[in-house]
Ligand binder design. Structure first.
Ligand code: ZN
Length: 169
C-alpha cells in the first residue's frame, strides 16, 4: 500500500487493518479506540502486528472489565441475585495467537467499549438463565425478555415484539 502523503499514524493503521484477527479496522474504530491506538504508538512505537496481540488483549480485557463493572450493580439490584461471574483472560500462545478475554464463554473480541457492553450483557443473560432460570431484563410494556444490541454505536436493549429500544444503563 503506498504511504506517500499519508500521515504515519494512518499508514500504521492500514498495516494493522490487514491483520483481521486483531479486529482493528480503522474505518470502524471509535474516537476512543483511536485514542488508545495513538497511546500505544506513542508509548511503544509502531508495534508490528504479531507483537501487538498482548496490547490488544489488554485493551479487550479493560473494556470488558469496565462493561461488567457498570452492569454488575444494576443486575444485582434488579434481580436480587449475586452475580458470581468473572472475566477469564488467557494470554496468547502458539494455539491462540491473540489470547482471549471471556465471560461465561462469550469472547470479547472488539477493542470497543460499546461492543464489549453488548457481549458482556449477553454473557450475563446466559449466566442468569442457566444458573438461576431468570430472564433479565424484561420489557415493562411487553413483558418479554430484551436482547442486547448495538444501536447508533451504543449498547442498548432491543424489545423484539415491541420493535423498540430501551437504554442500557
Ligand atoms: Zn417492549
Amino acid at each position: 500500500m503506498p504511504t506517500h502523503g499519508i500521515d504515519p499514524f494512518t499508514a500504521w493503521l492500514a498495516v494493522l487493518a490487514e491483520e483481521s484477527e486483531l479486529q482493528l479496522d480503522p474505518a470502524g474504530l471509535s474516537p476512543d479506540a483511536l485514542a488508545w491506538l495513538r497511546d500505544v504508538r506513542d508509548g511503544h512505537g509502531e508495534v508490528p502486528p504479531p507483537y501487538l496481540a498482548e496490547l490488544v488483549l489488554a485493551r479487550r480485557t479493560a473494556v470488558a472489565a469496565a462493561a461488567l463493572a457498570r452492569l454488575r450493580p444494576v443486575v444485582e439490584r434488579e434481580t436480587g441475585l449475586p452475580l458470581d461471574l468473572w472475566l477469564e483472560v488467557e494470554q496468547a500462545s502458539e494455539y491462540d495467537p491473540i489470547g482471549s478475554a471471556r465471560l461465561f464463554g462469550e469472547h470479547v473480541r472488539s477493542p470497543e467499549l460499546e461492543d464489549a457492553r453488548v457481549t458482556v450483557a449477553e454473557a450475563v443473560q446466559t449466566y442468569l438463565a442457566s444458573r438461576h432460570r431468570v430472564v433479565w431484563p424484561v420489557c415493562p410494556d411487553h413483558r418479554t425478555g430484551l436482547h442486547a444490541d448495538l444501536t447508533d454505536g451504543r449498547a442498548a436493549w432491543h424489545c423484539r415484539p415491541g420493535g423498540h429500544h430501551l437504554p442500557m444503563p
